[in-house]
Design a protein around this ligand. Structure first.
Ligand code: MN
Length: 260
């Protein structure tokens, strides 16, 4: 029943908002050429999908991972990078999704992370109110071309090619806060071919999700549709073609990919 057209209209309005064009674009004015596809994430328990605006990621947010990356977790303020929204790879609950080994790297790493999705935005959000902005959560992988990330870091160049490439953000469907609550503690783990590799507790984060939102909102105005990767525990490691990664966060369904 006209589903394609409705999606197109919703998509155009979203693209306009993202560009700061406001509501004017739907009525008159220039025709939009080559409208990019809207990236969406399914929402469990509804027929709705969540439209992604930006993907923010915090770096070095668990003490042991910070140390293994060569930082001092007691002194470093939080820092963030972005992935493009079309880096999302939607992974269904119960499937093992094929994930392509990317070009250019010989050291492709997994990073299992809690992902928060925002339903509201703003600037300078106090951390006490920050969780009111969260729509839901899921399990995500911040896939990383570690060799390229580290080489660029050494040369004081941007991380883009190591972190922000196509398909670098596999994630499960969103679970609404009203269904699963907030995540301030609980087990997080990643297994490769049945062997546990990363294992930690969400309470070990240096900066909580609320603090991340507060910090981000000082640097960027946040909007509905923004999602935040909240950092990975230690023991990140390389994957090979054929490996099956199983990601777990207590209170959410497992998320799994196979490197192909
Ligand atoms: Mn990460």
């Amino acid at each position: 029943m006209g589903g394609n057209r409705r999606n197109f209209i919703k998509g155009a309005a979203f693209a306009g908002a993202a560009l700061g064009a406001g509501e004017a674009s739907a009525q008159a004015g220039p025709k939009t050429l080559f409208t990019p596809a809207v990236t969406t994430i399914p929402v469990v328990g509804t027929s709705d999908v969540f439209a992604v605006r930006r993907i923010y990621c915090i770096g070095r947010n668990y003490p042991a991972h910070s140390r293994e990356m060569g930082s001092d977790p007691t002194r470093e303020p939080p820092f963030f990078f972005q992935k493009p929204r079309d880096a999302v790879q939607n992974v269904k609950v119960g499937e093992v999704a094929d994930h392509p080994y990317p070009t250019l790297t010989k050291n492709y790493h997994h990073e299992v992370e809690l992902v928060a999705a925002l339903k509201a935005g703003g600037k300078n959000i106090p951390k006490e109110k920050a969780l009111d902005l969260v729509y839901g959560y899921t399990v995500g992988l911040d896939m990383t071309r570690r060799d390229l990330q580290q080489a660029m870091g050494k040369e004081q160049k941007p991380w883009e090619i190591g972190k922000s490439f196509d398909m670098s953000a596999p994630m499960g469907p969103l679970h609404r806060v009203e269904d699963v609550g907030h995540f301030t503690k609980g087990a997080i783990s990643l297994a490769i071919n049945g062997r546990v590799q990363q294992e930690a507790d969400l309470s070990w984060m240096i900066w909580s999700v609320a603090e991340q939102i507060a910090q981000l909102s000082e640097a960027f105005e946040l909007f509905p549709g923004d999602i935040i990767y909240s950092g990975t525990p230690d023991k990140v490691s390389p994957v090979q073609k054929g490996d099956v990664l199983l990601c777990k966060i207590e209170g959410l369904p497992d998320m799994s990919i196979r490197i192909v």
